[in-house]
Design a protein around this ligand. Structure first.
Ligand SMILES: [Zn+2]
Length: 218
């Protein structure tokens, strides 16, 4: 049976980390919107050429064009057994486009499609973000509340002074999450009603969340 996983979750929910682990374990193809766009532009596909015109002007690529790029990508051989889609859909409009893509791609397929929602209360997410520090030298990320650093304020790997990203503050985090929840909440309702939604409690440690993730995807 073809396995299709759609990953949905707010920023800082750990969705990216968990997706990487899952890809390594299952061998399913990971397709994310950013890479797909870049690939299509580089390959100069019909939709890629149109997308580039918008990107060159600094404009958002229209959702129909993104849809065509996703359809092209998911039609390739390495997605025949299944895939993990990340970064799409993020709104009801995008969900409708994905419905049309999958209806056509999977019309003769036996498919196990699940939407995995990384569930985490907004307060926990904000706390994660404001306690996040990164190493400007090696890129490592630390949570100064939940982790004990070997040397206070310094990177465990290279001892460089850790910094806080300018947009990792409570105010910016709140507005990011409000936009996210506004657009994504209806999406969650939709998939829940259809019976495709599985929820993972994203508030645990990386290993705890991964164990929960494997359980719900079966
Ligand atoms: Zn470092």
């Amino acid at each position: 049976m073809k396995k299709e996983l759609i990953m949905v979750g707010p920023p800082a929910s750990g969705k990216g980390t968990q997706t990487k682990k899952l890809v390594a374990e299952t061998g399913l193809k990971h397709v994310d919107t950013g890479s797909m766009l870049r690939e299509a532009v580089a390959a100069k596909t019909e939709a890629g050429v149109i997308a580039k015109e918008y990107m060159d002007k600094g404009q958002l690529v229209p959702v129909e064009i993104v849809g065509r790029i996703i359809k092209d990508r998911l039609s390739k051989d390495d997605c025949k057994k299944g895939f993990i889609l990340d970064g799409f859909p993020r709104s009801l409009e995008q969900a409708e486009i994905l419905d049309n893509i999958l209806a056509e791609l999977d019309k003769d397929e036996d498919v196990d499609m699940k939407v995995v929602y990384f569930d985490m209360p907004i307060d926990n997410l904000i706390e994660r973000i404001v306690n996040r520090r990164s190493c400007p030298a090696c890129g490592a990320i630390f949570n100064v509340k939940t982790m004990t650093l070997k040397k206070d304020g310094k990177c465990d790997f290279c001892e460089t002074e850790l910094v806080q990203r300018a947009d990792d503050n409570e105010e910016t985090a709140k507005s990011r999450f409000n936009t996210y929840f506004e657009q994504t909440a209806p999406l969650i309702d939709l998939y829940e009603k259809r019976g495709n939604l599985v929820k993972v409690n994203a508030a645990g440690t990386i290993d705890e969340v991964f164990a929960a993730l494997k359980e719900v995807i079966g």
